[in-house]
Design a protein around this ligand. Structure first.
Ligand SMILES: *Cc1c(COP(=O)(O)O)cnc(C)c1O
Length: 235
């Protein structure tokens, strides 16, 4: 099999899973945006994906994403889905179309400043939510301390002219069932939408748990290994 055939088969399998999950949940597959997470895979794979009709790709480290985005000429949208350090904001805003992992007030402010200076269009931002409330693992916390408090993070994003509050993102904790985790995220999403009606995105679901995410309203699924193959490194 060529690499293009491999990727095409992975993509077909994932699209079939999304369609089955939507049918089971009574949802329209057009409501779901598939983001293929290309971390650890080369720019040439992104070009192959684009040739197969993929529009949205995800990365989790700026050190890898920045050169890859520069090397890809296909018109894909780059989603930054990993933990973001404040000193990387200036770089990320130059290639990302959306950042899914904003979980602090100071991070939101730094990102807003970088977007203001280095972008023409507003940057889509999803607030990463901690499902289990453990601040050690990343994600804003309901009722958390000042910097990581979910409402304050959302407000910091919503108030920044260079950012657009698009919705919420989460990763299911290891010790939760995906069903319980994404049900919790869905409740948070409802609460956020009450305050910010335009914040409609729910970024949830990876290779192992996309079906549960779709049941609970995911609008964006972030899929790496099921499309591109198992990564060598555990990340
Ligand atoms: C790597 C990664 C994914 C994709 O994970 P797979 O299990 O390979 O589908 C999704 N979201 C985030 C934040 C990631 O870091």
């Amino acid at each position: 099999m060529t690499r293009a055939e491999e990727i095409s088969a992975g993509l077909a399998a994932v699209n079939a899973r999304i369609e089955r999950a939507c049918a089971a949940a009574g949802r329209d597959p057009d409501e779901i945006t598939l983001i293929v997470v290309t971390k650890t895979y080369p720019a040439s794979d992104v070009e192959l994906l684009a040739g197969l009709g993929v529009v949205d790709v995800g990365e989790n480290r700026d050190q890898e994403a920045a050169p890859k985005a520069a090397a890809v000429s296909a018109p894909v949208r780059w989603h930054f889905v990993g933990q973001l350090q404040r000193n990387k904001c200036r770089s990320v805003v130059t290639y990302a179309d959306a950042v899914h992992s904003v979980d602090g007030v100071r991070l939101a402010e730094t990102l807003a400043g970088a977007a203001q200076r280095h972008r023409e269009r507003a940057l889509d931002v999803l607030v990463q939510v901690s499902i289990d409330g453990d601040p050690a693992r990343g994600g804003a916390v309901r009722g958390g301390d000042a910097d990581r408090d979910l409402e304050r993070v959302a407000a910091a994003v919503a108030e920044a002219p260079a950012l657009r509050l698009a919705g919420v993102m989460a990763v299911a904790p290891m010790d939760w069932t995906p069903d319980a985790a994404f049900a919790s995220l869905a409740r948070t999403a409802v609460d956020l939408r009450a305050a910010y009606p335009e914040a409609t995105a729910i970024s949830a679901g990876m290779s192992g748990d996309l079906e549960a995410a779709i049941v609970h309203g995911a609008t964006h699924v972030r899929i790496g290994s099921a499309v591109l193959g198992t990564r060598d490194k555990l990340r």
